[in-house]
Design a binder for this molecule. Structure first.
Ligand code: SF4
Ligand code: SF4
Length: 100
């Protein structure tokens, strides 16, 4: 069962780096991603906005498989800063999981 982590939700809310609230779930990002990443950004970013840390930590491999190429970002009709959001998640995971 997915659980909201208030600490994670607070960190996302306070961050100027993470912004996906404009996403309208159109699917363009998934369609153009050459890595075939279906999860990012449509689903995972939604979990992040809701503060569901479990889902984020369960998808570390996906988050690190992104090339940060911005192919999705330049085609996003809502101008979501997808690569910057992925960087935010990597920084969070680096601190939380790997204590870097
Ligand atoms: S292309 Fe942009 S608006 Fe469409 S699902 Fe992806 S992030 Fe959301
Ligand atoms: S930045 Fe590139 S690799 Fe990462 S999700 Fe977007 S299109 Fe895929």
């Amino acid at each position: 069962m997915a659980r909201v982590n208030p600490e994670f939700a607070g960190a996302v809310k306070q961050s100027e780096a993470f912004n996906a609230s404009a996403c309208m779930n159109c699917g363009v990002c998934s369609a153009v991603c050459h890595m075939g990443i279906e999860l990012l950004p449509r689903k995972l970013f939604r979990y992040v906005l809701l503060g569901i840390e479990d889902k984020v930590l369960a998808n570390v491999e996906t988050i690190y498989s992104c090339l940060l190429c911005k192919m999705c970002e330049v085609n996003c009709p809502a101008s979501v800063h997808i690569a910057e959001n992925v960087r935010f998640l990597r920084n969070y995971i680096n601190k939380k999981v790997y204590q870097l």
